[in-house]
Ligand binder design. Structure first.
Ligand code: RAM
Length: 354
């Protein structure tokens, strides 16, 4: 079975290796400022002559299994090409929570920052100040406005991600009834783009499904759990929930699994197999989707390397090598596409470990 569908040469191996790295413990503690909060591996320089291959990953927040896996993929790539890996980030996802980390990285003179943005605009000034000093900026997972970064590594098209989620909920509730969305933070670029397309897709192709509410769990486990409980109380006829965030869907599944709603209210969206396995096995969840976060981080690290080494500028038509994943092209708006979303269910979830 191929996972990152078009580009999976060695992708499964990268995934397994990345899981091993995650288990080995690459993530940072949740509170420290700047690079002191991150782990550091690899060695300086080696792969790029004089190029500054000190590359730091800055996730939306620390303590999120999705980013543990994606950033481990980045670490694997950086170790392959002989750079220096670090991960820093805020304990809680918030629109400008990453600004102080970006400023510190700029002062430290890193070569590249790989960041998933909690807000399309709030970190722009800090990123552009970094770029003015020569730092290359790659967004991955959740973009900023395009003028604030050199490249965006997109996990899958927004249309594809929105459509798979709408298709899954429609299949699970018989294409009719009330549904709600439990999202991440209210400003998240990625979730907001997907939600807008989901609304259009529902209106165009599923006239008997009514989206009654969109609520925000802030990519915080307890907030997402509480928002799930509130949704079920507020809407007694609710037939299903879409949660386009790995934090939200796992918290919602945990709530449903011990409630009277288990097996009656459908839950789907975007999750990691390891966080969702028990809820698929106990019948709380039928099917959900995601891409390979380890491949996403791995690709983003190689993109940063290509920028730092001056091999590409991020212009449309540029192409670069991404280790085991092969060659990638830069598309419109400085975007590189990883692949397609993938559906996980009882038949295949045992094949995955991340
Ligand atoms: C959460 C984050 C991340 C998103 C995944 C699906 O981990 O919000 O940005 O891509 O869910």
């Amino acid at each position: 079975m191929r996972f990152s569908i078009d580009k999976a040469r060695g992708g499964a191996l990268a995934m397994v290796a990345a899981v091993a790295l995650t288990v080995a413990g690459c993530s940072s503690d949740g509170s420290s400022e700047g690079s002191s909060g991150g782990s550091s591996t690899g060695s300086d320089g080696g792969g790029g002559g004089d190029a500054n291959l000190a590359i730091t990953f800055l996730p939306k927040n620390l303590g999120n299994a999705y980013f543990d896996t994606s950033d481990a993929g980045g670490e694997k790539a950086i170790m392959e090409f002989g750079g220096t890996y670090e991960e820093v980030g805020p304990a809680e996802a918030g629109p400008d929570a990453q600004v102080s980390y970006i400023n510190t990285l700029t002062q430290q003179g890193v070569g590249g920052i790989v960041v998933s943005a909690n807000d399309p605009a709030a970190i722009c000034d800090a990123l552009n100040e970094a770029r003015d000093t020569g730092v290359k900026v790659v967004t991955f997972d959740s973009d900023t406005n395009p003028e604030c970064r050199d490249l965006f590594i997109n996990q899958a098209t927004a249309d594809g991600i929105a459509k798979v989620e709408v298709d899954m909920i429609a299949e699970q509730i018989g294409d009719e009834g009330q549904i709600a969305i439990l999202s991440a933070t209210a400003n998240a670029t990625n979730q907001n783009a997907w939600i807008e397309i989901m609304k259009t897709e529902l209106a165009d192709s599923h006239p008997n499904i009514e989206l009654v509410d969109v609520v925000y769990g802030d990519d915080d486990d307890q907030t997402s759990f509480d928002k799930t409980a509130a949704l079920l109380q507020t809407y007694p006829d609710l037939k299903g929930i879409i949660s386009p965030t790995t934090v939200g869907i796992s918290a919602a599944a945990r709530y449903l699994s011990t409630s009277d709603y288990k097996g009656k209210v459908a839950l789907t969206g975007l999750g990691t197999p390891n966080q969702m396995r028990e809820y698929v096995e106990d019948g709380t969840v039928t099917e959900f989707a995601l891409w390979n976060p380890a491949d996403l981080g791995y690709l983003a690290a190689y993109a940063a390397k290509a920028l730092v080494e001056g091999e590409i500028t991020g212009a449309e038509g540029d192409s670069f090598e991404a280790g085991d994943l092969g060659s990638y092209d830069v598309g419109a708006d400085g975007t590189v596409l990883l692949g397609d979303p993938y559906r996980f269910n009882a038949d295949n979830i045992g094949d995955f470990d991340f």
